[in-house]
Design a protein around this ligand. Structure first.
Ligand SMILES: Nc1nc2c(ncn2[C@@H]2O[C@H](COP(=O)(O)OP(=O)(O)O)[C@@H](O)[C@H]2O)c(=O)[nH]1
Ligand SMILES: [Mg+2]
Length: 239
């Protein structure tokens, strides 16, 4: 990870930084996803969390511009100070139709995307992905991960029905080779709250960090999706 060539943008500390954006219709669970991931990083790898989640919300607590948290990977010393080798910033966009301009700004300079689909909102998924195609030319120019949220709900359409939104928006012709993450940020949050019933001495390391073997699967799915995309984005820039 040492050769951080000029394909990376640098932040104000001259640290190479990649920008990942969670996109999807309003109410899909984008902010919930960012919160769960940030919480998990805070209780397992706090040294990697470089900023609190910045939220720009309207009076109804809906995302108005974006939510953002910055994480670091590795450390090196410069000017007698420890700085991360690479940073990654996870953003969510405001999903509501009226925030189109804000979305365009937030998507500017994105290095990777999480396409978050809401199985209860097929038309919203198509609309959101079509707009994304317009903004980016073609979503396929960037590394992306696909997630279907709210898998806890009963009577959902099949995975392929929900994924039709990608076909309708012209992102893919075939659903065969897609790697899809079926997630539930609600279950992930409940699973974390459930951990509170476990004896703390079994739960935490001596440093007060959550033992990773206690990660419920619904939670580790989310972590591995975000970390996998981050790795893919960084590798694509090192090539
Ligand atoms: N059933 C269910 N509801 C969810 C899930 N994730 C989010 N929600 C609900 O969907 C609504 C919108 O969530 P939010 O994260 O603000 O969505 P955003 O508009 O995409 O940022 C809230 O009422 C959440 O409680 C999930 O996994 N399952
Ligand atoms: Mg939001």
């Amino acid at each position: 990870m040492q050769d951080t060539s000029n394909k990376f943008k640098k932040d104000s500390e001259r640290v190479p930084t990649v920008k990942l954006v969670v996109v999807g219709p309003g109410e899909a669970g984008k902010t919930s996803l960012l919160k769960i991931y940030s919480l998990l990083m805070r209780i397992t790898k706090p040294e990697n969390v470089l900023s609190k989640t910045t939220k720009i919300a309207n009076p109804f607590e809906e995302t108005a511009m974006f939510d953002q948290t910055v994480f670091g990977l590795g450390t090196k010393v410069r000017d007698e100070r420890e700085i991360p080798v690479i940073k990654y910033a996870l953003y969510t966009v405001a999903g509501q139709r009226r925030y189109r301009d804000a979305r365009k700004i937030v998507l500017n300079g994105a290095d990777g995307l999480i396409l978050l689909l809401d199985p209860t909102n097929p038309s919203g998924n198509v609309e959101s992905l079509r707009e994304l195609q317009q903004f980016l030319g073609d979503v396929n120019n960037l590394p992306f991960a696909i997630a279907i949220n709210k898998c806890d709900l009963p009577d959902l359409p099949s995975q392929n029905e929900t994924l039709q939104a990608l076909v309708k928006a012209g992102i893919t012709d075939s659903l065969n080779d897609l790697n899809v993450h079926n997630i539930s940020t609600l279950n992930a949050r409940n699973a974390l709250l459930g951990l509170l019933n476990i004896d703390p001495s079994d739960l935490f390391t001596e440093d007060g960090l959550l033992k990773t073997e206690h990660f419920p699967e619904v939670v580790s799915d989310i972590i591995s999706m975000v970390n996998g995309l981050t790795k893919e984005v960084i590798e694509s820039k090192l090539r």
